[in-house]
Each structure stands twice: as C-alpha cells, then as structure tokens.
Design a protein. Sequence first.
Lengths: 109, 115
Amino acid sequence: RKEVEQDPGPFNVPEGATVAFNCTYSNSASQSFFWYRQDCRKEPKLLMSVYSSGNEDGRFTAQLNRASQYISLLIRDSKLSDSATYLCVVNTGFQKLVFGTGTRLLVSP
Amino acid sequence: GAVVSQHPSWVICKSGTSVKIECRSLDFQATTMFWYRQFPKQSLMLMATSNEGSKATYEQGVEKDKFLINHASLTLSTLTVTSAHPEDSSFYICSARDPVNYEQYFGPGTRLTVT
C-alpha cells in the first residue's frame, strides 16, 4: 500500500465548476499535511497547509480527518489557470515529505 | 518567499559520464536540503537528506556511491550522478528547509537525459 494515495484523474471540469480531490495516508503518526500544485515540467509549489479544523484560502478549502486518515481539497469557481496536478503531501516526521502521485485537473472554457 | 535555485536546468549527457547538479538557497541559510527524483507520471521520491557539514542520509534503495551528495556550505548542496545510465534520466528537484519556519522551498528542478 502506498503511503499517500490519490486518484490520478484527470478531472475534466468546465470553468466555474466546483471540484474536490481526496487523499488518504497510511502512517497514523504523520504530523502535518499539505496540498502542493505542480505545473507540467515545473517544481511543486505549496498551495496550502491542511489543519484539523479545516482551512480556507480564497476559492480553496482543505480538510483533514485524522481518524479516517483522509485529506481533501475543494476548489470553487474553477479557473482555466487552475489546470495543474495537485499533490497531496504528508510530513511523516523529521521533516520527511511523502508525496502522492498527484491528481490532474483540466479546466476547460 | 524564499528562493532556491538549481543549476543546470537541463542537461544531456552520454552514458557512463558523471553529472553534477547544484542547489542553492539564495536568501536563507539551509542546514538541511533534500534531493528528490520524479519519473514521468510518478510522484516525487525522496532520494536523500543533505546535512551541512555531515554525511547525507540516503533513502532505502538509493545507491550512495552512485548519487554523491556534498553539502559543504549553508547555501549549497550538490548532487553528482556518477556513471550515468539511461535509466537515471529523470527530473531531479532539490528543496531547502528554512531553519526559522521549517518550511521546505523547492528549486526549479533539473531535467537529466542520459543517451
């Protein structure tokens, strides 16, 4: 079983749609959680950290369920520029980041 | 935000040669840097943790004699791929950890093609 699992997609949505990504992790001792965005042939960039209480940054909302070891990302009012691969990332301790394979999002006009 | 640079951004080399990739933290001192590798359509995989002034810690399955890491200063870590083979062709990405907020900042990556 992979340490971090994501649906690879792609998710094809029209502009303005709401889309949700899910992620599960296997290490119950994981300490912190993140969503990164990676554009084609580029490095990953931090989108947002994920907190147990849930957090929101503009059109993006992240949720963490420690009991179920489940993380989600919700994107509202999708823009063309949101097209990218979204990586679920877990800090398993000692600052070691474990990356999921990513979920590809394609937003069309 | 913090900036991490990598050089070169891409390199093509012949099988059997060695290639050095540099990772620099430009506006903070990083005692710890990380080297990742990403094959097409796969996730980033941590190869090793580079600690300034000490030996790197390699992940299971990564050959330390093949992937030489040197972290000689607080702003520079290098990864040398020795005796490169076509299967080493990949996207190599470094990150540097900011000692103040512990956040990792990623370099732009180096695309290595071994012919």
